[in-house]
Design a protein around this ligand. Structure first.
Ligand SMILES: Nc1nc2c(ncn2[C@@H]2O[C@H](COP(=O)(O)OP(=O)(O)O)[C@@H](O)[C@H]2O)c(=O)[nH]1
Ligand SMILES: [Mg+2]
Length: 315
């Protein structure tokens, strides 16, 4: 209770401590999240993804500065589920070098896969909730756009920004394969380099082929994040997207969908835990072996286990 109250009183150290508890899946964290739930739902959550080295961290740093000049408070979560050696500088390092590091209205947290027991997407979602309850106006999540874990991370966001750059012929393929569908705004960063306009045209052509059903047409913007160019337009586009989500009713619709997913995830975890508490490891292994040996089918086996907690399906 004390920690949740401290969050509402904007105690930054309590926030940092609670985030660690969330990452470790502790009981105290759940208790705090329970209390804080009614204080969430006010932040605009932005996911920023794309291939390593494209300039995500630089864009995040610039966006945060622009937000501060608009008097908005900022939370930043940097997620790297893959490896620390993905090319670009670690966000923490980049921010530490910038004037944001001393701004008490910018809260920065890096997350790895280690410690995230329920999966990195789940831990990130809870950390974002804490930042939301704390009262951050905008929350920026940076993650490398390469795999399913990262796509799951980005799904937490209201607005997804895909960052790419000119050159590197292959990475447009990577974007196409994985994350093209989830982009609300596309950015060609490093617009100081040759090939920028071609990359913009490629993206626009790909977008023409895709999502025709939505009334939101993802814009393709050019930035030179290193020099802060195009950042105002990018932030304006993100805010237009959020407004569109609200006006179209999609924001609340997606909120309900997300809550349903969360509800079933919690229920699933609770049932699993209840079963695991009742059945010892040896028995679980034996049952799994019998399924593998085709001595019993998994439906019957599951029903046997569910019977131990009174949830078996009656014939
Ligand atoms: N030429 C140029 N370099 C940039 C620009 N933005 C970022 N960079 C550089 O690109 C490298 C990778 O940037 P970073 O933000 O760490 O990329 P990330 O891996 O996507 O987070 C760094 O050396 C940046 O200084 C830009 O607009 N133009
Ligand atoms: Mg980065």
């Amino acid at each position: 209770m004390k920690l949740a109250e401290s969050i509402l009183k904007k105690d930054r150290r309590a926030l940092a401590r609670l985030i660690t508890l969330v990452e470790n899946d502790s009981k105290e964290a759940i208790e705090a999240l329970r209390i804080l739930h009614s204080h969430t739902g006010n932040a605009h959550i932005i996911g920023i993804t794309g291939p390593p080295g494209g300039g995500k961290s630089t864009v995040v740093d610039r966006l945060a500065k622009e937000l501060r000049s608009r008097n908005k408070t900022v939370g930043i979560v940097a997620v790297d589920p893959t490896s620390p050696f993905t090319g670009g500088a670690l966000l923490g390092d980049r921010i530490r070098m910038s004037e944001l590091s001393t701004d008490k209205d910018v809260f920065i947290r890096s997350m790895g896969t280690r410690g995230a027991l329920g999966g990195v997407a789940r831990a990130t979602a809870d950390v974002v909730k804490l930042l939301d309850a704390f009262g951050k106006d905008m929350i920026l999540i940076e993650t490398v756009g390469t795999g399913q874990a990262e796509v799951d991370v980005v799904k937490i966001a209201h607005t997804t920004i895909i960052i790419t750059m000119p050159g590197l012929g292959d990475d447009i393929q990577t974007i196409k394969a994985g994350i093209m569908e989830i982009g609300d705004i596309f950015v060609v960063n490093k617009a100081d380099r040759e090939g920028t306009d071609r990359r913009v045209m490629e993206l626009e052509a790909m977008l023409e082929l895709g999502q025709m059903s939505s009334s939101w047409k993802p814009p393709v913007l050019k930035t030179i994040a290193r020099d802060g160019e195009g950042i105002i337009e990018l932030l304006d586009a993100a805010e237009s997207h959020y407004k569109w989500l609200k006006d179209s009713g999609l924001l609340s619709e997606r909120g309900v969908e997300r809550s349903r997913d969360e509800l079933f995830q919690i229920i699933g975890e609770k049932i699993e835990k209840a079963v695991v508490d009742k059945v010892d490891r040896q028995e679980m292994d034996d049952l799994s072996r019998r399924i593998a040996n085709r001595e019993i089918d998994p439906y019957t086996a599951a029903n046997e286990l569910l019977a131990r907690i009174g949830l078996e399906e009656k014939k």
